[in-house]
Ligand binder design. Structure first.
Ligand SMILES: *[C@@H]1O[C@H](CO)[C@@H](O)[C@H](O)[C@H]1NC(C)=O
Length: 169
């Protein structure tokens, strides 16, 4: 099965410092999230288990800023390498928000959402939900007009997504 995380990236807990990274900070439009983040940084003196992080990252997928959503999808990829992470994300309805991100004007956001959804498709429950969305990924597989590295990466990621979603165990 295809995953984007190498076995070396399997982390049970994320260092709290990771959450303080600027790209993960919510945009100005969502100041309500700041208290949440500062309390996490305090807890982060030890470590924050990824299962606590997942609902926060999924919440960030609702942020109005495309780069925040994109970064949240990118961070989710690491948290969803292990099965428990995938189920924690499925529980908080990550799939519908990630599917919305597939329509982002930002190519990298569509790429990160595609990769995150592919990881969810590795869980049978996720795969079942995503089966109805194969046409969306198929549409992304077609030749990009724009011959950029990013557009080609997206095309490739969409192809992998379809193969994982259509995987018959
Ligand atoms: C996309 O995901 C990668 C890998 O997780 C991450 O490093 C990157 O910051 C994300 N890119 C954007 C623009 O959100």
């Amino acid at each position: 099965m295809t995953t984007w995380g190498s076995p070396n990236t399997i982390l049970l807990c994320l260092p709290g410092a990771l959450l303080g990274r600027v790209p993960l900070l919510p945009s100005k439009q969502s100041p309500s999230l700041f208290p949440l983040f500062s309390s996490i940084s305090r807890v982060g003196k030890k470590q924050v288990c990824q299962f606590d992080v997942i609902p926060i990252l999924v919440h960030l997928l609702k942020d109005p800023a495309e780069h925040v959503k994109s970064n949240a999808a990118g961070a989710l990829m690491f948290a969803m390498v292990i099965t428990e992470g995938k189920y924690a994300a499925l529980e908080v309805e990550a799939i519908s928000l990630l599917l919305e991100l597939l329509h982002s004007p930002m190519t990298v956001a569509r790429l990160n959402a595609t990769k995150a959804l592919t990881m969810l498709a590795e869980a049978p429950e996720g795969r079942r939900v995503l089966q109805a969305h194969v046409p969306t990924f198929r549409a992304m597989e077609v030749e990009p007009h724009e011959k950029s590295h990013m557009a080609e990466a997206l095309q490739r990621a969409a192809r992998i997504a379809v193969s994982v979603i259509e995987f018959k165990p």
